[in-house]
Design a protein around this ligand. Sequence first.
Ligand SMILES: [Zn+2]
Length: 228
Amino acid sequence: MSKALELFDAYLENLIESGKCVPTDSESILCPLCLNTIRRIDVEEGRVSLEHIVPQHATVQRQQKARETQLGNKTTRSGVTLTCADCNQKKGRELDWIMRDLIGPGPREEADYPRRAGVAILIYAYLLAFSTHGYEYILAPGLETIREQFREPDRDVSEWLQHARVDREGRQPIVATEHGGPSVVRIGGDGPLEVFFWRFRSLLPPVGSVIHPVRIPASLTDTTQWEG
Ligand SMILES: [Zn+2]
């Protein structure tokens, strides 16, 4: 079975356990970005494939010469999930392209990051949080503004956008996974969720009472770490 299908089945199980928005058939899940359905057959027949959350063009090709990025594998460094074909294309076109030179080793200035980079960081953090905390988390109140921010990347929609930039003022650790290792999703009690990946840190709405995290397939457990 492909990793994409393994992930599909894990999300389907998570969606049913969450008790929310369960599809009438057992052959589809919801895209975490638009909440439209992703059918199992679309994954089986390759119309939907693994979504590398942090774009592969940044994590594989462009930084390949840097010793630290040769560690681990590309899936570990990117984090993976499933999105529908439309959202996959929109993310690639409107966010991943912006980030092509802004991920990986090397110094950057705040001015190097255009406004849309903040949207990209927020959306990557959201998808990384989905990959561990599943539907119960993203379908909770307060998360819809992040999906709306994805729909309209050039408008200030979500209050969480302000927490999704590289922190240049040193108040917080600005780089948690400089080596390009797995992303880390950290639950801070009742406080916001913290997500660290590459040189970025983003805050997201608190997890609250999520009791059904995703049972990540064994072949993909190294993609996102979860610290309670
Ligand atoms: Zn979608």
